[in-house]
Design a binder for this molecule. Structure first.
Ligand code: DX5
Ligand code: ZN
Length: 221
């Protein structure tokens, strides 16, 4: 099993002071920065692009930046994010005409690659590409917005994907995104996740260190 990663989603941060917000969650114990990219096409919302990723790097952020692409098409934005300092790039198979090709494209630019499964996407989409992945990201809400409730069927799906990863024998991270809170993270970890995205639960808290500490303690318990 991999070490625990807490990845605050900056979707719920105060964009008017983003650099400071990212510094604060990292100082509070966050491991990665989760960077949600939405295009008002693949998902019904519009957020941020490579310029903002690059600005965070110029600001001095050295932690891994976990770029979650909710854009269609995917391929033409991958090189820009790699240049902007992305560490991990994940994408949705529905948004790529050639999933295997997109995985190789991400890796050819020196980033780690991940596939994101929506709540309704079958796990079989991982067949034949799992061995090339660094991360599998299971959505526990439908993508597009922060602050939604965790969909309970994700737990059974996490168990299934955990088995697939264990059978592969490779060090692939199992990440979960949507509705993760201090009070449900223990059961999500027990179902097999090792990496946890949380937006509203962290940025909505008065004390980032306290909530991140609670999350890590719940996973470790
Ligand atoms: C949703 C995004 C998530 C979102 C999570 O499409 O991918 O990363 O910010 O937000 P919470 O933790 O509030 O559900
Ligand atoms: Zn996300």
């Amino acid at each position: 099993m991999q070490s625990t990663v807490i990845a605050p989603s900056i979707l719920s941060a105060n964009f008017a002071k983003l650099g400071e917000e990212v510094d604060n969650v990292l100082a509070a114990g966050a491991d990665w920065v989760h960077f949600d990219v939405m295009d008002n096409h693949y998902v019904p919302n519009l957020t941020i692009g490579p310029l903002v990723c690059e600005a965070l790097r110029k600001h001095g952020v050295t932690a891994p930046i976990d770029v979650h692409l909710m854009v269609e098409p995917v391929d033409r934005i991958v090189p820009d994010f790699a240049k902007a300092g992305a560490s991990i790039i994940t994408f949705h198979p529905e948004a790529s005409a050639h999933v295997h090709r997109t995985v190789q494209l991400i890796k050819s630019h020196g980033c780690q690659a991940g596939l994101v499964l929506n709540p309704g996407t079958p796990v079989e989409v991982l067949d034949w590409v799992l061995d090339d992945l660094d991360v599998v990201l299971l959505m526990s809400v439908n993508p597009g917005f922060g602050g939604q409730s965790f969909i309970p069927s994700t737990l059974a799906k996490l168990r299934r994907v955990r088995e697939m990863i264990d059978r592969s024998g490779r060090a692939i991270r199992l990440e979960v995104d949507g509705g993760v809170k201090a009070d449900n993270i223990a059961e999500i970890a027990a179902a097999g996740a090792d990496s946890f995205v949380a937006g509203s639960a962290i940025f909505g808290a008065a004390d980032y260190a306290q909530v991140i500490g609670q999350m890590k303690a719940a996973v470790a318990a």
